[in-house]
Design a protein around this ligand. Structure first.
Ligand code: MG
Length: 189
């Protein structure tokens, strides 16, 4: 089986780190957001920043800061889950598929650095940088949180559950990485 895994908000807690860095950049205190508060995929909007120019400036400021990408903690259980998948005899290929921030060339390297730091057992040559995940039909299963990817991927999907993706059609739903492992353990028998 070929398994594709998204990076941001699937392997890591990008939203939490975004709120921290956004608070610092805007010199405003944003309340800590829990996953249950994230009704829309656009976090700047969730934080109450409605003006498109202000949103663009905030995203640029946060996403072009190397420390932002390196500070993000892994999602609970993701490291153990990836180690289990890496060693599983029935996983033919495990690929991290991620869409780096456009217009910031260093983003690819920082995402690789993050994986090396937290998942040193994973070969970063097996990372794929693209926004066109729906074209990767060689993957049997995609694990992801983004509505656009879950809705368009041609094969099976595991949805990492957040309020903003409740309405997405997915093959499986996981509240956490324990669920991901439970689902894949059955599929890999
Ligand atoms: Mg994601």
């Amino acid at each position: 089986m070929v398994i594709l895994v998204d990076q941001d908000n699937t392997l890591n807690k990008m939203w939490e780190t975004f709120v921290e860095h956004a608070s610092h950049h805007c010199k405003r205190h944003f309340p800590f957001l829990k996953a249950d508060d994230l009704d829309v995929y656009n976090l700047a909007e969730t934080l109450g920043i409605k003006d498109p120019d202000e949103q663009r400036d905030l995203f640029r400021a946060v996403f072009t800061n190397p420390n932002f990408w390196l500070d993000i903690p892994p999602l609970d259980g993701a490291v153990e889950g990836m180690r289990w998948l890496t060693n599983h005899p029935k996983v033919k290929q495990l690929i991290i598929v991620t869409h780096p921030w456009d217009g910031y060339d260093e983003c690819d390297a920082l995402k690789r650095q993050w994986v090396r730091r937290h998942m040193p057992f994973f070969d970063t040559a097996d990372m794929c940088f693209t926004r066109h995940k729906h074209l990767l039909s060689g993957g049997d299963i995609l694990i992801d949180d983004a509505p656009a990817n879950l809705c368009t991927f041609p094969n099976d999907t595991i949805r990492i559950s957040y309020p903003y993706n409740y309405e997405c059609d997915s093959t499986y739903t996981a509240q956490n990485w324990e669920d991901v492992i439970r689902i894949l353990d059955r599929r890999l028998r």
